[in-house]
Write a protein that binds this ligand. Structure first.
Ligand SMILES: Cc1cc2nc3c(=O)[nH]c(=O)nc-3n(C[C@H](O)[C@H](O)[C@H](O)COP(=O)(O)O)c2cc1C
Length: 241
């Protein structure tokens, strides 16, 4: 892909708050963007995410209320909900291990292969396992304290650290999704202004699921862009070290 094509896609994507919901809208573009979103980089390929493409009018209306009537949600041709599923870590460990076993079938395991298996058999449970009494957090904190005392060590201790991991990966998928939509000439608006409890109830999600973002999609109206795209100066945020 040429540099100018990527640049033009990045520059085209704006947060658009007013959509023309009478304009023709091809929702297979949303499905395509979601199938590209799953290719996003994600922590340990655990894919602790889910994406809900809202095709039912009543669900769209309920989500619109949960977004507190924000114009992007109200006027969107379609909404997509990005969800983190930290609770699915055991399933994903099994899935990754099954893939590794398939890959290693009939061959003598090298040290690298053994390390790959141990990554999912030992490290992932250590990173993701939780319990009611916080025993796993205590164990992780002690391990991090001693192992990381005078050398670099992964500092994942508590539920907050785990949540950050899941939301990082999910947000990368959201960005891939929005860029794909932009490359097909559609507009989006990422939203975190919603009642997350209500969204979970509407989508019938379990307590451990978390709403990362809701993305309004559609054919943007010119008045949907509220201001020029401004950013703080590059030298305030980009550093060469
Ligand atoms: C995580 C996140 C949450 C956001 N939440 C909202 C929101 O609830 N409502 C809204 O109108 N815009 C929301 N935005 C859009 C931002 O305001 C917007 O990205 C920012 O002003 C920069 O403008 P641009 O996206 O057009 O470049 C959100 C953006 C992100 C990344």
């Amino acid at each position: 892909m040429s540099d100018s094509l990527f640049k033009s896609i990045v520059e085209r994507r704006r947060s658009v708050r007013v959509f023309d919901n009478n304009a023709p809208f091809d929702d297979s573009v949303v499905s395509k963007a979601l199938s590209l979103a799953v290719l996003s980089a994600n922590s340990s390929n655990m894919q602790l995410w889910e994406f809900y493409q809202v095709k039912t009018q009543s669900v769209h209306e309920a989500l619109n209320k949960a977004c507190m009537g924000q114009s992007a949600a109200k006027t969107a041709n379609q909404l997509v909900v990005f969800v983190t599923r930290q609770d699915k870590w055991k399933e994903r460990v099994k899935w990754n291990l099954a893939n590794l076993h398939k890959q290693f079938e009939g061959k003598t395991l090298t040290k690298k292969d053994e390390r790959a298996l141990a990554y999912y058999q030992k490290l992932m449970p250590l990173v993701y396992r939780n319990d009611f009494f916080g025993l796993n957090t205590l164990i992780r904190s002690i391990i991090v304290f001693f192992m990381g005392f005078n050398k670099p060590f992964l500092r994942i201790r508590n539920h907050g650290d785990q949540r950050v991991m899941c939301h990082k990966s999910c947000a990368l998928a959201a960005q891939t999704f929005m860029l794909s939509m932009a490359s097909d000439g559609y507009d989006t608006c990422p939203m975190e202004g919603f009642d997350s409890d209500l969204v979970k109830k509407i989508l019938k999600l379990p307590p451990a699921a978390e709403i990362n973002m809701i993305i309004a999609c559609g054919v943007g109206k010119p008045e949907g862009i509220y201001s020029d795209r401004i950013r703080v100066p590059n030298e305030d945020v980009i550093f060469a070290v």
